[in-house]
Design a protein around this ligand. Structure first.
Ligand SMILES: CC(C)(COP(=O)(O)OP(=O)(O)OC[C@H]1O[C@@H](n2cnc3c(N)ncnc32)[C@H](O)[C@@H]1OP(=O)(O)O)[C@@H](O)C(=O)NCCC(=O)NCCS
Length: 101
């Protein structure tokens, strides 16, 4: 599922995606809020909406790969670190995180 947050002029403010890895495990991917709109609660709203949809569809666990700069954001939303993730473009390290929903 793709979710996009738009402003009153229908300009995209942020995006996020929900994948199912199995019947019970959903993964958040490609979360991003426009630089000009960060730290105003939009990422939290998008994440909450993706988690709510995952729950509705039967997920028991959320997983994601967070870049290090986003760790605080996900921790604030109850995710815990479970180990190292992939390295994107040979430079952006990611960390695996998860939480029960
Ligand atoms: C990470 C991201 C999705 C968060 O979205 P956002 O709309 O900026 O986040 P919110 O305003 O909902 O933030 C909620 C809380 O998360 C934490 N947080 C968010 N961004 C943070 C940052 N850059 N540094 C530290 N804490 C941060 C803060 O605790 C914040 O609460 P506060 O503003 O009251 O202190 C967004 O900053 C982003 O798109 N970053 C670049 C792309 C990216 O890293 N995507 C994630 C890929 S894994």
């Amino acid at each position: 599922m793709h979710l996009m947050l738009v402003d009153p002029d229908h300009v995209a403010v942020g995006v996020g995606r929900l994948h199912f890895n199995s019947i019970r495990e959903a993964q958040i991917r490609y979360m991003a809020i426009d630089v000009s709109a960060q730290r105003r609660g939009f990422g939290s709203r998008l994440l909450a909406a993706l988690e709510a949809r995952a729950r509705e569809l039967g997920a028991a666990r959320m997983v994601l790969d967070a870049r290090e700069s986003a760790l605080r954001f996900y921790r604030k939303h109850g995710y815990r670190t479970v180990g190292p993730g992939h390295v994107l473009y040979n430079s952006i390290a990611h960390v695996k995180m998860e939480k029960e929903v």
